[in-house]
Design a protein around this ligand. Structure first.
Ligand SMILES: [Zn+2]
Length: 414
C-alpha cells in the first residue's frame, strides 16, 4: 500500500493527521498521535481501514503487557521488513490511524489494542494474527467487567480469517477464544502464565468453580479447561511449537517478560519469522516508554517499574530484585480514584527488604503494608527517598501518575 493509492479523502485526512501530530509535538503536547488520529478520523471515518488495507497486521490485546509485547513483536517482525506500530501505547483507533499514517507504506503492522476496542479494530484492520494476552481487573473490583470483556471478545472473534495466539493459562482468555476455535479458527496456545487468579475462580461458561492443580486448571462442572500449550516458557528461554528450546537474553526483567517474548515469537512465527532469527532482535529491546528504565543518580542505580493494576503489582514484585524498594501510589483520574484495590494485592513478598512509601496515597499504602506485616518508611518525595538509601540499587514500583511524577522529577534533576 502506498499513499498515492489512497482515495482523495483519505489522502487529505492522512496529511491532516501528520500536520496535527507535528503541531502537537512542536507545542509540547505529547507525541501527537492521538490528536492527529482524531482529526484524521473526523475527515475520513473509514481512514483506519484504508490505511490498514494491503498490510499484514498483528493485533495485541489484553489487560497487562500489551505495550511490551507489541514492542517485542514489532522487533521480531522487523526481520521480514518494515513494521508500522503504535509504540507509544496510543492504543485506540485514533492512535492506530495516526501510527499507520505516520509510518507510510509498510508491508507489516503490529498494533497494541485497548481491550475495549478489539472488535472495532478487527473490523477495520482485518488482521492476520490476533494475540490475546490476559484479562484481569483494573483498579477496582471489576471481576464482572472482566467477564463482560471476555464475552465481548468471544462474540467478536468468530467468522474471521485470522489466527489466534492466546494464553492457555488464563481461563478468561481461553473462554474468549473458545467460540472462534470451536468454529474452526486456528490457534497457537502459549503458556504465558497468570500471576493474578482472583478474576478467574468462576467458570465464565457455567458459573461453577475453576480448580487449579499446578499449571492445570479446569471447570469442575463443564468442559472449559487448560488447552495443551504449543509454546512454553522454560527457565531463561522458550520452547517453541516444534519442541526446540531458544535461550533468550532480555533486557526486560522477570518471567512475565519472557512470557511476553514467547507470545511475540509465536506471533512472528505465524508470519514466517524463524524464532532463531527473531530472538537476537528481542534482546535489543530495552526500556519501553520509560518502563524498566534504569537511571543513575548520585551513585544510586534506580530502576522504574510501572504497575497499573493488581496483576501488574504482583508481576512487579516478581521482577524487583531484593534491594531497597520505593512504592508510590496516587489516585488521580488515570489511576482510578479508589485505592481499595490495594487489598487485592498481597504485599508479603516485600517482607525482609527495605521498603519506602510515597505518593498522594502513601497513607493508604501504609495501612495496607501494616496489615501484611511489612515494615516501611514514609518519605515526602522520590528525592527524599534517594537521600535516605545508601549508594547502590533502588527499585521503584509506582502506579500510573505516580510513575509519571517520578519520571518528571528525574528529568528535572537531569
Ligand atoms: Zn464451566
Amino acid at each position: 500500500m502506498t499513499d498515492h493509492k489512497l482515495p482523495m479523502r483519505a489522502k487529505l485526512a492522512t496529511s491532516l493527521s501528520r500536520g496535527a501530530a507535528a503541531l502537537s509535538r512542536a507545542t509540547g503536547r505529547g507525541d501527537g498521535s492521538v490528536i492527529g488520529g482524531r482529526i484524521a478520523l473526523m475527515v475520513d471515518p473509514n481512514l483506519l481501514a484504508e490505511l490498514a488495507a494491503g498490510r499484514e497486521i498483528a493485533l495485541i490485546s489484553g489487560t497487562n503487557g500489551k505495550t511490551t509485547t507489541t514492542r517485542l513483536t514489532a522487533a521480531a517482525m522487523g526481520v521480514l521488513g518494515d513494521v508500522a506500530t503504535n509504540s507509544l501505547g496510543a492504543n485506540m483507533p485514533t492512535g492506530h490511524t495516526s501510527a499507520l499514517a505516520k509510518a507510510g507504506a509498510t508491508p507489516y503492522a503490529v498494533l497494541e489494542v485497548d481491550e475495549h476496542y478489539l472488535k472495532q479494530v478487527l473490523d477495520a484492520t482485518h488482521p492476520k494474527v490476533v494475540a490475546l494476552l490476559n484479562l484481569s481487573r483494573d483498579q477496582l473490583d471489576r471481576a464482572k467487567e472482566v467477564a463482560m470483556m471476555a464475552a465481548l471478545w468471544r462474540d467478536a472473534l468468530p467468522g474471521r480469517d485470522l489466527h489466534l495466539v492466546a494464553n492457555a493459562d488464563d481461563p478468561m482468555v481461553v473462554w474468549a477464544a473458545g467460540k472462534a476455535v470451536a468454529a474452526g479458527t486456528s490457534v497457537t496456545w502459549v503458556a504465558a502464565g497468570q500471576r493474578f487468579h482472583d478474576d478467574s475462580w468462576v467458570c465464565p461458561e457455567c458459573g461453577a468453580s475453576i480448580e487449579r492443580n499446578g499449571e492445570q486448571w479446569a471447570c469442575v462442572a463443564g468442559n472449559l479447561s487448560r488447552p495443551v500449550p504449543h509454546w512454553t516458557v522454560s527457565g531463561d528461554g522458550v520452547v517453541d511449537n516444534t519442541g526446540t528450546y531458544h535461550h533468550i537474553e532480555l533486557q526486560l526483567p522477570g518471567r512475565v517478560n519472557r512470557a511476553n517474548a514467547a507470545t511475540a515469537l509465536a506471533v512472528a512465527a505465524h508470519f514466517g519469522v524463524p524464532p532463531a532469527k527473531a530472538v537476537p532482535e528481542l534482546s535489543k529491546v530495552a526500556s519501553i516508554a520509560g518502563r524498566y528504565a534504569v537511571v543513575e543518580r548520585d551513585g544510586r542505580t534506580i530502576r522504574l517499574l510501572l504497575s497499573k493494576n493488581p496483576a501488574g503489582w504482583l508481576e512487579a514484585f516478581d521482577m524487583a530484585d531484593d534491594v531497597p524498594t520505593l512504592l508510590s501510589i496516587n489516585a488521580r483520574d488515570p489511576d482510578g480514584l479508589d485505592t481499595s484495590w490495594l487489598y487485592d494485592v498481597d504485599f508479603s513478598p516485600l517482607r525482609g527488604r527495605r521498603v519506602l512509601v510515597t505518593g498522594d496515597r502513601a497513607m493508604d499504602l501504609a495501612v495496607r503494608l501494616e496489615v501484611n506485616d511489612v515494615p516501611f518508611e514514609h518519605v515526602k518525595s522520590f528525592s527524599q527517598a534517594l537521600t535516605l538509601i545508601p549508594p547502590g540499587r533502588l527499585e521503584v514500583i509506582a502506579n500510573y501518575t505516580a510513575f509519571q511524577d517520578i519520571r518528571a522529577e528525574l528529568d528535572r534533576v537531569n
